[in-house]
Design a protein around this ligand. Structure first.
Ligand SMILES: Cc1cc2nc3c(=O)[nH]c(=O)nc-3n(C[C@H](O)[C@H](O)[C@H](O)COP(=O)(O)OP(=O)(O)OC[C@H]3O[C@@H](n4cnc5c(N)ncnc54)[C@H](O)[C@@H]3O)c2cc1C
Length: 360
């Protein structure tokens, strides 16, 4: 940890030169010039008004590539904790602080027989990170369970509330990741869940799991366990003993392409979006382009269990990660004419041309 510099009005210490790599699952990148952790909304407001410097909001660090030069500003980690529930007609509203562990919230909901989050079991990170990229897995997206999001607006300097409709949710994105990136510090989230509701069993892997295990009508707890089992087999549950989990999970989103592009590529696994567009698994495109699971490239490589995860094999730099990701993107473009777009957030890269290429 860095040196204790001074205290904000809320008595939250602001530290200097704090290494960020250990706070991320990928484990690359330099230090934050300033760093503070707020455990209440007042603390967020006090810290935010303290420094006239760019602010980056840190959750659990599971979707970040931090630049080797670090972040020349204030990294504000949201540590607002707490999970609670209240009845609302036929639904149960579960509220959670942005700093609470996401999987603890899923576990809490499932333990009470509440349906709506069970397929999102095992996703690392904080509650506050989930609306940002509208986390999704195994047939569910958090957008469908979110009732409202409360945040501190760093521009207007006030607490604001968003309904789910105001959040601009789409596939792996929201207003918090796009138009308003960096503007709002999410403080808590309310989820609307269905007591005793049927779990979501629509995703092929989950259906196959229950076919194999002979369970005709699983409950939410069974679906949570199935999802955790499937995720572990793909290195998608954080496990200090599993080197394949030193990643950001999927590095690329699944591209949605015009039907004409798909017909040129076919036969390929796909999912019809509508009459004109088709979603193709990025993992398939990557493997067909010559990057197999377990692919090694110095200190970085691909997970031995999933070609979509770029892993830090030990001692990697952010530049190593960006270089491999760019090589994959370029090769897929050359072979299939399809643009892969990265899922994680890049911190401290400024207008770095390699990162601009990756994002483009
Ligand atoms: C092994 C592994 C598996 C994964 N599997 C999945 C998966 O199945 N599906 C999926 O969608 N994602 C997955 N991810 C990605 C990641 O876990 C999620 O995106 C997660 O929600 C990120 O949350 P976080 O708290 O770690 O956010 P961080 O990584 O800390 O931050 C990510 C972004 O959210 C912003 N942010 C975080 N907290 C706040 C806040 N309180 N207020 C405002 N902005 C905030 C940050 O500024 C940044 O822009 C996986 C990652 C790993 C490592």
């Amino acid at each position: 940890m860095g040196t204790d510099l001074f205290e904000a009005e809320s008595s939250v210490p602001i530290l200097q030169n704090v290494p960020l790599a250990p706070m991320t699952t990928l484990g690359v990148g330099g230090a934050a010039r300033w760093f503070a952790r707020a455990t209440c909304v007042e603390g967020v407001a006090a810290i935010a008004s303290e420094r006239n410097a760019p602010v980056f909001v840190l959750g659990g660090g599971s979707n970040l590539v931090v630049a080797d030069a670090g972040f020349d500003g204030l990294v504000l980690q949201v540590g607002i904790d707490g999970i609670g529930a209240a009845r609302n007609g036929g639904d149960v509203m579960v509220s959670a602080g942005a700093g609470a562990s996401w999987d603890a919230v899923v576990d809490y909901a499932v333990a009470q027989g509440l349906a709506g989050l069970e397929c999102l079991s095992g996703i690392p990170g904080s509650v506050g990170g989930t609306p940002v990229q509208n986390v999704g897995a195994y047939g569910q997206e958090v957008a469908n369970a979110i009732d409202s999001v409360r945040a501190y607006d760093l521009v207007a300097r006030e607490v604001v509330s968003f309904s789910a409709a105001d959040c601009g949710f789409a596939y792996r994105t929201s207003r918090f990741k796009q138009d308003d990136a960096g503007r709002f510090v999410i403080c808590d989230v309310v989820f609307r869940l269905r007591p005793g509701g049927a779990p979501t069993v629509t995703y092929r892997d989950v259906i196959e799991f229950f076919t194999t295990h002979g369970s005709a009508s699983p409950d939410v707890a069974a679906v949570r366990n199935a999802v955790l089992t499937i995720r572990r087999s793909k290195g998608m549950v954080i496990d200090a003993a599993d080197p394949d989990t030193h990643s950001v999970g999927s590095f690329f989103m699944n591209p949605v392409v015009d039907r004409s592009v798909f017909e040129w590529i076919a036969p390929a696994p796909h999912y019809l979006m509508d009459n004109d567009t088709v979603k193709i698994p990025a993992a398939w495109l990557i493997e067909q382009s010559g990057f197999q699971r377990g692919h090694g490239d110095g200190a970085v490589g691909l997970s031995s269990k999933h070609p979509l995860a770029i892993v830090n094999r030990g001692g990697a730099t952010a530049r190593d990660v960006v270089r491999l990701a760019s090589r994959i993107k370029r090769t897929v473009m050359e072979k299939f004419g399809v643009t892969l777009r990265p899922e994680p957030v890049f911190v401290g890269f400024g207008d770095d041309p390699d990162v601009s290429y990756l994002r483009g």
